[in-house]
Ligand binder design. Structure first.
Ligand SMILES: [Zn+2]
Length: 670
């Protein structure tokens, strides 16, 4: 489930303003011609777009990905509004998606019910009188979509990619990252205080008297801080060897004897297991200490908090507002809540992805769209093959292995071989919270059902309407959902140069992930196995370190720098992907020089097509948050970082060495 899908962008809930305008692959109106392209190419390419698209108040970050996601969301809304009409002749699928959407939209019923839908679980938590009951209680919360303390699911075995095994990982935190619990800068200290206040108010909304709510929130903070202390940071977690610890259930029990693991596995619905991957052993030890040392009162407070946090979006308005206030307003600087329909469309897309995705693919992705993407993937694979063969720092032995891996990469484009069947998920139009719990239970059972079985490579890790893409190191495949195969990424009204710069660079990005600092550790079959000679690995690391230093130098906001180590894989993919797409464009032009369009040569339009997919506006709060948790660099540096490493860019725009976009020292991995 969790481990190594390398995404194109980090998508967070919150995207989506009403933007009915066209979304072309390239538009001269988006430029800011007062900026010299050799000084700041991102500002030159996007300044006009940024000025014309001020951040909508219901967004913390809004760019061209979000504009397209908005368009997809409008399409889904049309399906859902048609399906929600309770009339004879609805198909079973229309009933599911229509009623789930109707239930989510029905604020009146939600308000009338109050916290009654949570009551059975609140009662179960209140009845916890003995730590021995904790395993079964945790399992029952997991089943309805409230993971507590840790995460548990199936995963592909990193060292035997044919098998699905059970995986136990760190989790259970309410702040976005373990570092939020320990950073000592004034903003972080303030955020922790505001977090405790938020948890306090949520307890009050549940009916806890104020005098008791504050100590409960402090108890939550203490438990989460202890769990965070045992957790790996994001840079450590990027190393696949460090998060793979296969052990027997007996060994796990010896490591954390205070929790009845066998009872948990049985109760959560896992098949009988003898062994599993314990990704972060220090976390499991920290968890054991927490449940040994914490009072039952405090454990109950923590579980209650997890329950209300997970379900807040489907509780009455006061909960929704309080949840928004902390997670969107304080943490991300978002001024207003998104309209409810957008939240409800996203809920159905997240909870019943295949029901909505199937219709979306039928309506939006033609055979032509699939074929043209397939063709471009093949061209960029050829460019990568040529690139690998031409490297002067890699030995023939490692090159051979790299080519074997490249040729084994599978492509999944905008469709699914098998759509999930939700026949057994009961959806009722007057039970928003219950619908969500049952859909979560279905998905958890499906994931746990994989344990011990061969890997199903036809499964996807994102829904088809999603504007994103990923490379999966363990499946060794690239995945492009239907949601991204549209303008501005692929625009059939545009010349090839713009499309190679946009969707071409996206495809190149995903393919390069197979050979970034993380992906390169997996072989053609998706196994974690070192296929590099020592000298070649050393040469790779030297080149990667150049990128680490380059991106470390960029400022995200105020005193916060981009983390070159956290973003290394993505920066490697951005840089490699852009080069590969350029090479593929040049191959396709075969020496021809197309006439300039809008006053720009094909070479210039390639770089402009690339830059303009990244135009965006963002709040300072969001920049701060994403610098800590996002493995991707900010958009401005995804553009300027990659183009300034390419001599072809300097040539295209006549930049002189030493100008900001043409530094004397440049980096190249692929
Ligand atoms: Zn990526």
């Amino acid at each position: 489930m969790r481990i190594f899908p390398a995404l194109l962008v980090l998508t967070l809930p919150g995207a989506g303003a009403a933007l009915a305008q066209q979304n072309p692959g390239f538009d001269v109106k988006y430029l800011d011609r007062s900026v010299d392209p050799c000084v700041n190419f991102y500002k030159f390419s996007c300044g006009g777009w940024m000025a014309a698209n001020p951040l909508p108040p219901d967004q913390a970050r809004f760019g061209r990905f979000d504009a397209l996601q908005d368009r997809n969301r409008e399409i889904l809304r049309n399906f859902l509004e048609a399906a929600m009409v309770d009339k004879a002749g609805r198909t079973a699928l229309e009933q599911k998606i229509g009623d789930m959407y109707a239930a989510c939209m029905d604020e009146k019923t939600i308000a009338a019910k109050g916290i009654a839908p949570l009551k059975p679980d609140l009662d179960r938590i209140a009845a916890l009188m003995d730590r021995k009951q904790l395993a079964e209680l945790a399992a029952s919360l997991f089943r309805m979509g409230t993971p507590v303390f840790f995460t548990f699911s199936s995963e592909q075995d990193a060292k035997d990619s044919t098998k699905e095994i059970a995986g136990l990982d760190q989790g259970g935190l309410g702040l976005p990252d373990r570092d939020y619990y320990f950073k000592t800068d004034p903003t972080s200290v303030m955020l922790r205080k505001q977090y405790v206040e938020h948890v306090t108010r949520m307890f009050e909304l549940l009916g806890t008297p104020s005098a008791e709510a504050a100590p409960k929130a402090q108890a939550v903070m203490a438990i989460e801080t202890a769990l965070a202390d045992g957790s790996f940071d994001r840079i450590t977690r990027r190393d696949p060897e460090k998060v793979y610890h296969k052990m027997t259930v007996k060994e796990l029990t010896a490591m954390a004897p205070a929790f009845d693991w066998n009872a948990f596995f049985k109760s959560v619905g896992a098949p009988s297991i003898q062994s599993l991957d314990v990704s972060v052993p220090p976390f499991v030890k920290a968890f054991n200490t927490v449940i040994e040392k914490t009072s039952l009162d405090d454990l109950r407070a923590y579980l209650t908090w997890r329950l209300v946090r997970a379900n807040a979006p489907l509780l009455p308005e006061a909960f929704v507002q309080e949840n928004f206030n902390f997670y969107a307003k304080i943490l991300r600087g978002q001024k207003e809540m998104r309209p409810r329909w957008k939240r409800c469309v996203d809920l159905v897309d997240g909870q019943l992805p295949d029901a909505l995705g199937k219709i979306f693919v039928q309506k939006t992705l033609g055979e032509q769209g699939k074929q043209r993407t397939q063709k471009m993937v093949a061209e960029i694979e050829r460019a990568l093959a040529a690139d690998i063969m031409s490297l002067d720092w890699m030995s023939p032995k490692t090159k051979h292995e790299a080519m074997v891996k490249l040729h084994a990469i599978a492509n999944k484009i905008g469709d699914k071989a098998h759509w999930l069947d939700y026949a057994n998920v009961k959806i009722a139009r007057d039970d928003a919270l219950g619908d969500s719990a049952r859909a979560s239970a279905f998905e958890l059972a499906r994931q746990l059902g994989k344990i011990g079985k061969p890997v199903d490579k036809t499964d996807w890790q994102m829904s088809q309407p999603t504007v994103n893409a990923y490379y999966d190191a363990q499946e060794n495949d690239v995945n492009f959902p239907a949601g991204i195969l549209q303008p501005p990424f692929y625009d059939n009204k545009m010349d090839d140069a713009v499309n190679y710069g946009a969707i071409g660079a996206v495809i190149g990005h995903e393919l390069t992930h197979g050979f970034d600092d993380q992906g390169r550790q997996f072989d053609a079959k998706g196994n974690l196995r070192d296929w590099w000679t020592e000298a070649d690995a050393k040469a790779f690391k030297e080149r990667a370190d150049c990128l680490v230093k380059q991106y470390d130098g960029y400022v995200a906001v105020d005193e916060v720098h981009v983390s070159g180590k956290l973003t290394l894989g993505e920066n490697t993919a951005d840089n490699g992907g852009l080069r590969l797409a350029y090479r593929a464009l040049m191959d396709s032009l075969a020496g021809k020089e197309p006439a300039p369009i809008d006053g720009f040569t094909a070479q210039q339009r390639f770089f402009l097509g690339f830059a303009q997919i990244w135009c965006e506006n963002e709040t300072p709060e969001s920049k701060r948050q994403l610098a800590l948790i996002n493995p991707h660099a900010p958009a401005e540096y995804r553009v300027n970082g990659a183009i300034s490493n390419m001599p072809e860019f300097r040539g295209a725009f006549g930049c002189k060495e030493g100008q900001p976009m043409a530094p004397v020292l440049s980096c190249r991995v692929w």
